[in-house]
Write a protein that binds this ligand. Structure first.
Ligand code: IMP
Ligand code: MG
Length: 182
């Protein structure tokens, strides 16, 4: 069975990752982050829009002092496939120089978005740079961008919910579902 609010899109009725499973992983990631940063202030950089719920939950779970900034990137391509051409739509407002930067992503697919953001941030000379993603989608990876913290791994397929969209829809779902036939 499926749910739908558009004639051509069907979502799995059973979540791939339930709200409870997400909450548990966020807590575990926060524990790992607290232990690694050991009290050093973190500058979390959320990649908009997809990571807005993830960072909101993550900053509240992490006990380490944290400041937050946002970057908005756009990759040209179809709704479900990245082209590799990344544009910075909204840059950071804070300087990352000498800061311990943790990039917070919703999902790493080809890795092209993250690789381009990583290079941009490394040029600005942070004290350290790590990457945290809620979802690691490995099947389409064409870069070897290092990911330090991973919530969940999956193979292929297009997912929505908990911030992740299909043409801007379904970001508001509290859990993550598979788009069937994508
Ligand atoms: P990459 O540059 O191919 O790694 O693409 C990463 C971006 O593509 C993510 O930040 C998402 O915005 C989007 N994306 C990739 N896979 C999915 C998916 O399954 N659901 C929703 N968005 C996705
Ligand atoms: Mg997106």
């Amino acid at each position: 069975m499926t749910t739908s609010n558009s004639p051509n899109i069907r979502l799995s009725l059973t979540p791939l990752f339930s709200a409870e499973a997400i909450a548990a992983r966020v807590k575990a990631l926060a524990t790992q982050i607290d232990s690694d940063y050991n009290g050093r202030e973190i500058l979390m950089v959320a990649v908009l829009k997809g990571s807005f719920l993830f960072i909101a939950d993550l900053v509240r779970a992490v006990k380490t002092p944290t400041v937050i900034d946002f970057v908005r990137l756009a990759s040209y391509g179809s709704a479900t496939q990245s082209s590799g051409i990344i544009e910075v739509r909204k840059d950071l407002e804070m300087s990352v120089k000498d800061k311990h930067v943790l990039v917070v992503e919703d999902i790493v697919d080809s890795g092209l978005t993250l690789e381009s953001l990583r290079n941009m941030l490394l040029n600005r000379q942070p004290a350290s740079l790590r990457i945290c993603t809620l979802i690691d989608k490995q099947a389409q990876r064409i870069t070897n961008v290092p990911v330090d913290y991973i919530g969940f791994s999956m193979d292929d397929g297009f997912i929505v919910g908990y911030g992740l969209d299909l043409d801007e829809r379904y970001r508001d779902l509290p859990d993550i579902r598979v788009v069937e036939g994508a």
